[in-house]
Every structure is written in structure tokens, then in C-alpha cells.
Ligand binder design. Structure first.
Ligand code: NAI
Length: 280
């Protein structure tokens, strides 16, 4: 593998680029926003420094990883053997990006999407090489969580599946195959964790802090609201909206108005300094 490109330097993209660099792959991290690239570089540095503090990483490994990662806001420069996309959870935006990437990459390049909820077969519509297209769904924080859902679209070929499984293992992850269905496995189950908690909040049954504390006390690492703040309230909302639409407006996936208002206000969680909690 000569080069991996990661598209989108937000919450997920930066962590994915970090593990690619750590595994020794020359890695190119692309974003349309220069400030996203800058904060991604800072956050990768911080994550690696924390790894050293915890005794999980040596100083030389940190330097070697940083040397492997390049940053760019020039889409034309994105040429790689394996491309992992982690941009906004929006079907049209993702399709447009992949069409562009196909114009400047060879037929051998594997293109993977980190989508949380959009069926891969839908994203692949109109692609020249849908056989080389696959889902590679990491979990947040990407540099810590071991699971990767590998999702085969209707046209994905076996070689692409094999290479994706092998790359996932090479990145220290545990790949699990999932069928191409909205939300795949984890997000489909987890949707109710968020949707039902938001309903409890809307009905005034309990405040955010109490719901989180209670859920934590049952053994969950995080309550639903702190987890939405970590994921990104906007991303979490888009995932629910996409699943609601994919399941033909099935009421059990109905997005919450409270969450929509947070999105409209720019209260996107930790990444914006405010969400259900204040991080300022
Ligand atoms: P984010 O909002 O933190 O970051 C998205 C980044 O993509 C931003 O830096 C933005 O500037 C950039 N971007 C937007 N449009 C672009 C384009 N056309 N070309 C290049 N860059 C573009 O989003 P996040 O949370 O990292 O999510 C990214 C993807 O990963 C989504 O598909 C999401 O569903 C998925 N995902 C998110 C998880 C989470 O916990 N946040 C977990 C697993 C998957």
C-alpha cells in the first residue's frame, strides 16, 4: 500500500488518519476547510501525547506517526491506493465527492465510506467502479474503539472485501461483516438509545443530567446526551434523519425537534464548545 487518503478531517477523519499514520502507512488527510485541518493536526498531536502519558506509546512512535501524515485542502492532490471518506452524512455530497475522486484515481483504488447509516449501494449509484467501493464504519473515538463494521454494497467484489478486512486488521481493528442495510448493526440498535432518551427529555420526564447519570449507573460508559455531544449533535441528527427516511418514515426512528433546534443553533457538542452540555 503506497498511500491511504482520508477525506474529512473532523471528529472521525482525524482519528482514522492518526491510526493509519501509526500503522506506518503514508497518509494524506484532506478537508475543504483549512481550520478543520489545523485543529485535526493539533488533536492528533494531543491524542498521541496522551498515548505516551498512558505508557501505550513511545516518543519515537509518535514522531514516526506524525511524519507519515500529510495535510491538504487540494482535492486534486488526492490520489491513493485506498481512500477512506469521513465527510458529512449526506448522500448527495458523498456521491459527488466519489465521482470526483474516481476521475482522478485508477480503477485499482479502493474507496471506502465511513457512513453511519446510508446504504452503500445508494452511495455507489453512478460510480464507474462500484466493485471497488465498500463501507468501513469506524467507531468514535476512532483511535481507541476496536470495532470496524465492513459493509459490502450490491456490487462490491470479494477482493475489495478481503483488502478492507486486511487493512482493518493492519490498523489494529476488529472487522465485522455487516449487510448493507440502513444503520447496519450498531447504529440500528443504538438509534433507540438516543431517540427514546430525547423523547423522555421532550416529555419533561427528567433532565439531561439525570438521564445520563441513571444510564451510566446501569453500567453504560456514557449517558445518551454526553455521547451525542461526543459524536456531534449534528452528525447524530443526520444519522437519525437518514434512517427515518430509509425505513419509510418508520415512527420509531423519528428525529427529535429538541435535537433539531440544537443543530440549528450550532450547538453541535464538544466540537463546537456547546451541545447538551457547555464545554466553554
Ligand atoms: P464532522 O462534522 O466532525 O467532520 C466532517 C468534516 O468533513 C468537516 O471537517 C468538514 O469540513 C468536512 N467536509 C464536509 N464536506 C466535505 C467535502 N465535500 N469534502 C471534504 N471535506 C468535507 O463529522 P464526523 O462526525 O467526523 O462524521 C463524518 C462521517 O463519519 C459521517 O458520515 C458520519 O456519519 C460518520 N461517523 C461518525 C461518527 C461519530 O461518532 N461522529 C462515528 C462513525 C461514523
Amino acid at each position: 500500500m503506497n498511500r491511504i487518503a482520508v477525506i474529512g478531517a473532523g471528529t472521525m477523519g482525524l482519528g482514522i488518519a492518526q491510526i493509519c499514520g501509526l500503522a506506518g502507512f503514508p497518509t494524506l488527510l484532506f478537508d475543504i476547510a483549512d481550520d478543520a485541518l489545523k485543529s485535526a493536526a493539533d488533536q492528533i498531536e494531543k491524542n498521541l501525547a496522551k498515548g505516551i502519558e498512558k505508557g501505550k506509546l513511545r516518543e519515537e512512535e509518535k514522531s514516526a506517526a506524525l511524519e507519515k501524515i500529510e495535510f491538504t485542502s487540494d482535492l486534486n492532490a488526492v490520489k491513493a491506493d485506498f481512500i477512506i471518506e469521513a465527510i458529512v452524512e449526506n448522500l448527495e455530497v458523498k456521491q459527488k465527492l466519489f465521482h470526483q475522486l474516481e476521475r482522478q484515481n485508477g480503477a485499482e483504488t479502493i474507496m471506502a465510506s465511513n457512513t453511519s447509516s446510508i446504504p452503500l449501494t445508494q452511495i455507489a449509484r453512478g460510480m464507474k467502479f462500484p466493485n471497488r467501493f465498500i463501507g468501513m464504519h469506524f467507531f468514535n473515538p476512532a483511535h481507541i474503539m476496536k470495532l470496524v463494521e465492513v459493509i459490502r454494497g450490491a456490487s462490491t467484489d470479494q477482493e475489495t472485501v478481503n483488502k478492507t478486512v486486511s487493512l482493518s486488521k493492519g490498523l489494529g481493528k476488529t472487522p465485522v461483516m455487516a449487510k448493507d442495510s440502513p444503520g447496519f448493526i450498531v447504529n440500528r440498535v443504538a438509534r433507540h438509545f438516543y431517540v427514546e432518551s430525547l423523547k423522555i427529555l421532550e416529555e419533561g420526564v427528567a433532565p439531561v443530567e439525570d438521564i445520563d447519570a441513571l444510564i451510566r449507573s446501569t453500567g453504560f460508559k456514557m449517558g445518551p446526551f454526553e455521547l451525542m455531544d461526543l459524536i456531534g449533535v449534528d452528525t447524530n441528527f443526520s444519522v437519525t434523519e437518514s434512517m427515518f427516511n430509509s425505513f419509510y418514515q418508520d415512527g420509531k426512528f423519528r428525529p427529535s425537534r429538541i435535537q433539531k433546534q440544537k443543530v440549528d443553533a450550532g450547538h453541535h457538542g464538544r466540537k463546537s464548545g456547546k451541545g447538551f452540555y457547555d464545554y466553554s
